[in-house]
Design a protein around this ligand. Structure first.
Ligand SMILES: COc1cc(COC(=O)c2cn[nH]c2)cc(-c2cccnc2)c1
Length: 239
């Protein structure tokens, strides 16, 4: 998998050389390239923004540098196998399902918006050439798409076959298909008693049936308490 990042702050992506992602890059699972959008400007100030047409506060990212960067980094021919990701507050929700879909693609290009956003024609052009995902991590606004791109990267790359040491742990975590869309149950390890707090007895019973039931009940309880949006009618009926 090749990952490209287009940003006016490419240094954000130096961190991808660390930890698990670093290991994936080393063993050839993932190739990472960060690009400075200003390399495709031609004026002395390396300008990437301008005032919004129609007025309004703030600045908008000019389309020209993006187009020239696309030409050099991706190419000038349409190719639906290239997935272009625009993290944006006005995007579609980024979910584990989207992460799973992206984990099997060969190439992802992350376009990190700054200022008030990117000239919309950049996204329209990208849609005419590649497979575009305009995705939101949540209902809040960051100063730019870089942090969102890092979060999306981690969610996607950890699902790439061969990346995680223990793929079974993927199957058991929250939002994975095996959990029926429920939140993960509370986890415990040794010591059994810690600062007056004990591990639930059932988990020390060795009774696998009771343990499985306790975990299921906890997942249902937590999901109902914290994420009523995840417990649609038949899910609650089923539980
Ligand atoms: C400051 O205004 C922004 C910020 C961002 C960064 O992403 C987020 O804030 C985010 C992502 N998930 N939740 C929040 C992106 C855009 C943007 C990008 C492309 C087209 N249009 C707008 C604009």
């Amino acid at each position: 998998m090749r990952l490209d990042y287009l940003s006016i702050f490419p240094g954000y992506f130096d961190v991808l050389g660390i930890s698990l992602l670093g290991k994936a890059a080393v063993n050839g699972l993932v190739d990472v390239y960060a690009h400075d959008l200003r390399d495709w400007t031609h004026d002395r100030h390396r300008t990437v923004d301008d005032t919004p047409c129609g007025g309004g506060a703030g600045m908008v990212m000019k389309p020209d540098p993006w187009g020239e960067a696309f030409d050099e980094i991706i190419g000038t021919e349409p190719d639906p196998s290239v997935h272009v990701v625009f993290p944006s507050p006005s995007g579609e929700p980024f979910t584990q399902s989207v992460a799973h879909d992206l984990s099997s693609v060969e190439r992802i290009v992350f376009c990190c918006g700054r200022y008030e956003g990117i000239d919309h024609r950049v996204i329209d052009y990208a849609r005419s050439m590649w497979t575009v995902h305009e995705v939101s991590l949540g209902d809040y606004v960051l100063n730019g798409g870089e942090v969102a791109a890092l979060a999306i990267t981690e969610a996607v790359v950890r699902l790439v076959p061969g990346f995680m040491g223990n793929p079974q742990s993927l199957a058991e975590e929250s939002f994975s298909a095996g959990q029926d869309g429920l939140l993960e149950y509370p986890l415990f390890t040794r010591p059994v008693s810690w600062r007056g707090l004990d591990v639930p007895e059932v988990l020390m019973s060795g009774h696998h049936g009771r343990i499985a039931k306790w975990r299921r009940d906890e997942s249902i309880r937590l999901t109902r308490e914290r994420r009523p949006d995840l417990t649609d009618s038949d899910v609650s009926a089923r539980h």
